[in-house]
Design a protein around this ligand. Structure first.
Ligand code: DGL
Length: 272
């Protein structure tokens, strides 16, 4: 892509169907305080979990064509498991000069860490259906019993919660309950949070879980991966305060209500 912008001025684009990708952005901001960020919430299409695969694929590819032209990011982070497990390879093929970082279920670290061998993956129904997710299990967790739990409601509950709305503990308890298995004296000891919305609800999950488990949130690892792909900078040359400027949030619906605007401000993002 032709650009007049120097790499150092080009933003990092974060992408999700809603506010979930903010769980990854907050880690990225800590690691890269000197960078500029654009956060895109495809709220016009939320939730992705319910979409048919071909339609979602076409939709995201067309959207990225516009986003890359408009913002000219240095890299893009697909901070969404439901999108990444479907389309990360197609995005790399469609835009071969642009680096993409994906977010996919952290099944490998979960399998390495589990002592009981019982691991659950909590995700949207879309992520649970993906061949990509099944392949991760076959390739990295063959020795574990992995239960895939598709939740219809948790991403929406996280949206409500982050916009200051009420989230009933019983609703969270019901959504996470299928993650907990007891078998031959062993119990699930790890739950992979395989939707970027879910870490916002993790305290509710801890409180309503039938027993303590390790909840794996890959956000920091994703942010570190993004950092590793950026052109190196001499940080002593970066003026203090650089990166505080011009960080933007884009809602594809074009409608950010008061609660969404406040939330984005809290993350240091102005509505574009
Ligand atoms: N945050 C998204 C993910 O990581 C999905 C939420 C949705 O659109 O259903 O999968």
């Amino acid at each position: 892509m032709a650009s007049d912008l120097q790499d150092r001025d080009r933003p990092i684009l974060f992408f999700d169907s809603g506010v979930g990708g903010l769980t990854v952005l907050r880690e990225a901001r800590v690691l890269m305080p000197d960078r500029r960020f654009i956060y895109v919430a495809d709220d016009a299409a939320f939730p992705y979990g319910a979409w048919e695969e071909p339609a979602l694929r076409d939709h995201i590819l067309a959207l990225f064509d516009r986003l890359l032209g408009r913002f000219e990011p240095e890299i893009s982070v697909i901070a969404c498991n439901t999108a990444s497990t479907l389309i990360i390879d197609a995005l790399r093929q469609a835009f071969p000069d642009h680096p993409f970082v994906g977010t996919v279920p952290a099944i490998k670290p979960a399998a390495e860490r589990s002592r009981s061998g019982l691991v659950s993956v909590l995700a949207t129904p879309g992520t649970v259906r993906r061949q990509y997710t099944r392949d991760l299990i076959t390739n990295w967790a063959a020795k574990c019993h992995v239960r895939l739990v598709g939740s219809d409601r948790l991403a929406s509950l996280a949206e409500t919660y982050m916009r200051g709305g009420f989230v009933d503990e019983d609703a969270v308890r019901a959504e996470i309950a299928p993650c907990f298995i007891e078998q031959d004296g062993r119990r699930t000891d790890i739950v992979v949070l395989a939707c970027t919305h879910y870490p916002f609800l993790v305290n509710r999950m801890r409180k309503t879980a039938p027993w303590p488990v390790d909840w794996i949130d890959p956000a920091e690892a994703i942010a570190r991966r993004a950092l590793s792909l950026l052109a190196p900078r001499d940080l002593h040359q970066v003026p203090a305060g650089a990166g505080d400027r011009d960080d933007l949030a884009v809602f594809t619906s074009g409608k950010a209500d008061f609660a969404a605007t406040r939330l984005m401000q809290g993350f240091g993002l102005a509505i574009a």
